[in-house]
Design a protein around this ligand. Structure first.
Ligand SMILES: Cc1cc2nc3c(=O)[nH]c(=O)nc-3n(C[C@H](O)[C@H](O)[C@H](O)COP(=O)(O)OP(=O)(O)OC[C@H]3O[C@@H](n4cnc5c(N)ncnc54)[C@H](O)[C@@H]3O)c2cc1C
Length: 416
């Protein structure tokens, strides 16, 4: 069923009893042309674009839990394309353009809201760095505006502008950036892929990857073996563990990242804002909760929960920016497992095992990449060639030294 005002009206007249399931719940078949390991945003987007853009529908997505149980349903929903490095800018701008047409493409309300992303700066040096980034964005056709302190104050009068240590001097604004409802993105891609014939298999953990003569021939799962000539690993924080099943060691570490939501409040902050001197960013959800987060916990882990020192660190940074936050009660927090790469940029590439593909290394910025990541991986699987905007996301760059170090932090996964 196509979602529309008419279908809503018809269902309303029938007491909303006849809505069909958003997707089927099929049994796995013994063989597919393409298997996608991981039913997160990127895996589901890959399935959608394989089917819709490349006509490949003999595809199964294998998800060990339920669809959207990973980072796609745990992130802070920020989308933007305010990148500096030439390897990144065209990719993230393509993603932003796909976000702008996503709801029509999927026939699904993903609550894409271009409410603006503002990065604050607090020193002359930081202003110069942001001016450089903004100029690079504009040269690449991406929108960017450098604001002074008064322009920021008009947008957000409640921040602490008199802070002697970290005075707010201004900010770099991308108006087209904003937020999207994270789990609706997973559901929208899932429904769209299912409608084109893709099998979405939940509660199906991949426990082994079968390789014969250097070529992938299928996978072992908790629901039996499945054969396929092409297998894509799209498992975010579990990338190293899954790649190890094929004998591969990745330049990726798994770290916990936490997020926080306050009690529901009346409209208070209408865009996304990042603090420039502590790792802290904040927006407000449509339900009224302030959504905020900070740095990764800083140790390797597969546990989807965080620790207290980082909670304190995030709250301190928040108070540094906006002292009024101290009056607000925090409602809940949670953690997700980040696939931190050594240069902070992702990989969308073939692996040394023929027919085995890798989509990983998204660090804590992979939600905004979901549409372009799915499209570029689908392109690679369907054509055998990298998509032009993802050509730099090669796995061998860690051996050749062609790193894409957006932050200039060096080979330190905990600093990206
Ligand atoms: C707290 C937090 C805040 C974040 N904030 C932002 C943000 O504001 N903006 C942004 O751009 N990004 C953000 N991110 C990052 C973003 O969420 C991730 O980079 C992105 O979601 C990763 O891609 P994914 O959706 O495919 O991952 P996931 O949703 O994690 O999908 C991977 C899937 O693989 C499955 N899987 C793992 N192993 C197996 C197996 N053996 N067999 C079968 N299935 C398996 C998992 O169950 C999981 O569902 C944030 C992340 C977190 C945790």
């Amino acid at each position: 069923m196509r979602y529309s005002a008419l279908s809503l009206l018809m269902q309303a007249l029938r007491g909303h009893r006849d809505w069909p399931s958003a997707w089927r719940n099929p049994e796995p078949k013994p063989e597919y042309s393409v298997l996608i390991i991981g039913g997160g945003g990127h895996g589901l987007a890959t399935a959608h674009y394989l089917a819709s853009r490349y006509g490949i529908t003999d595809v199964a997505v294998l998800e060990k839990g339920y669809l959207g149980s990973g980072n796609v349903g745990r992130n802070t929903t920020i989308i933007r394309s305010n990148y500096l490095q030439p390897g990144n800018t065209p990719f993230y701008e393509l993603s932003m353009q796909l976000w702008e047409g996503l709801e029509q493409d999927l026939n699904y309300n993903a609550m894409v809201s271009q409410r603006g992303v503002l990065n604050l700066y607090h020193s002359d040096a930081q202003r110069d760095a942001f001016a450089r980034r903004g100029n690079a964005m504009r040269l690449a056709g991406v929108d960017a505006e450098l604001l002074d302190r008064e322009a920021v104050r008009r947008m957000h009068p409640y921040f602490d502008y008199e802070n002697a240590r970290f005075p707010i001097q201004g900010g770099l604004l991308q108006r087209r950036g904003g937020t999207a409802r994270h789990d609706a993105v997973a559901w929208g891609y899932a429904r769209a892929a299912d409608r084109r014939g893709v099998d979405l298999i939940q509660n199906c953990e991949v426990t082994g990857i079968t390789v014969t003569g250097g070529r992938v021939v299928g996978v072992e799962t908790t629901r039996g073996p499945i054969r396929a000539g092409k297998v894509a690993m799209v498992v975010a924080g579990h990338s190293s563990a899954v790649a190890a099943m094929a004998g591969l060691r990745l330049p990726i570490e798994s770290h916990v990242l936490q997020a926080f939501v306050s009690e529901g409040l009346k409209p208070l902050i209408d865009g996304v804002v990042t603090f420039g001197v502590g790792h802290f960013y904040i927006s407000q959800s449509d339900k009224g909760g302030l959504v905020f987060g900070g740095d990764i916990d800083g140790y390797n882990s597969y546990a989807q929960r965080g620790n207290l020192p980082v909670i304190e660190d995030v709250m301190e940074a928040g108070m540094g920016l906006w002292p009024g936050l101290g009056r607000i009660r925090m409602l809940r927090h949670w953690g997700g497992i980040m696939d931190m790469s050594m240069d902070g940029s992702p990989v969308i590439d073939k692996t040394p095992v023929e027919g085995l593909y890798l989509n990983a290394g998204w660090c804590y910025g992979g939600f905004k990449a979901t549409p372009a990541s799915g499209l570029c991986l689908a392109h690679l699987i369907a054509t055998g060639n990298p998509h032009p905007v993802a050509a730099a996301y090669r796995l061998d760059r860690f051996a050749t030294g062609h790193l894409i170090d957006e932050k200039g932090a060096g080979a330190q996964p905990n600093l990206h």
